[in-house]
Design a protein around this ligand. Structure first.
Ligand code: SF4
Length: 222
């Protein structure tokens, strides 16, 4: 199937009833981070996010380029009515043979977590719906190392995207900020670390567990 980037209109990208693509990335990184940013409006830059933002500047402007016959659209708004998601692609390549290839730009090296893959796969699903085409592959471009990594948009990753969308909807509707129990290894690099204070919260929750156990002990002995 062939596709034409001029098919896209940009009026639907910030629809308030759609889940932002970035929320899927945040959720896959840490549900608490997703909640703090998208339900409570907290966002703090740290060294990682600041330099990421600076490196991102050239892909944050709606513009295009043509390289070796490949048309590249930057900051292209995308959405899926079917999935209820919207956002922007850093770059989308439109190859002469009809292939469409979203490329997500990321600060730093490859991370050990798959949150970026979920985000770029969600972009691919949006583009498939908008352009009525098939997108079997996408890529992550690591700005610092200038390495490009292909991401196969296979069924497993597609399922992860839909599961993450459901999880984000439940999280944001649930009005309950998750505790930082599962994602503690990611905390040192998280820009919300200071505000979130995961160590203190975990201590508090441990204390609560201990006092609950103590209370049960006293009740049993009575
Ligand atoms: S500091 Fe840790 S628990 Fe808190 S939002 Fe960041 S990753 Fe999640």
């Amino acid at each position: 199937m062939t596709s034409d980037c001029t098919d896209t209109s940009i009026n639907d990208t910030n629809s308030p009833d759609k889940i932002p693509l970035s929320a899927l990335n945040q959720y896959a990184y840490c549900p608490r981070r997703c909640y703090l940013i998208h339900a409570e409006g907290e966002f703090k830059d740290n060294l990682h996010t600041e330099s990421g933002t600076r490196e991102h500047e050239h892909v944050d402007q709606l513009t295009h380029d043509i390289k070796k016959g490949v048309r590249v659209e930057f900051a292209l708004p995308v959405w899926s009515d079917k999935l209820g998601i919207s956002g922007r692609c850093d770059a989308v390549e439109f190859h002469p043979d009809g292939r469409v290839f979203p490329v997500e730009y990321k600060h730093g090296k490859r991370k050990q977590w798959d949150n970026d893959d979920i985000q770029v796969a969600a972009q691919a699903l949006c583009l498939e719906e908008m352009l009525k085409t098939d997108i079997p592959n996408a890529a992550i471009y690591h700005i610092q190392t200038r390495r490009r990594r292909d991401v196969s948009i296979d069924q497993d990753l597609r399922n992860q995207v839909t599961a993450t969308i459901t999880a984000v909807i439940n999280l944001l509707n649930g009005q309950h900020c998750p505790l930082p129990t599962e994602h503690i290894k990611r905390c040192p690099q998280c820009s919300l670390n200071e505000l979130c204070n995961p160590e203190l919260l975990n201590e508090k929750s441990r204390l609560q567990q201990l006092s609950a156990q103590l209370f049960n002990l006293e009740t049993d002995e009575a």
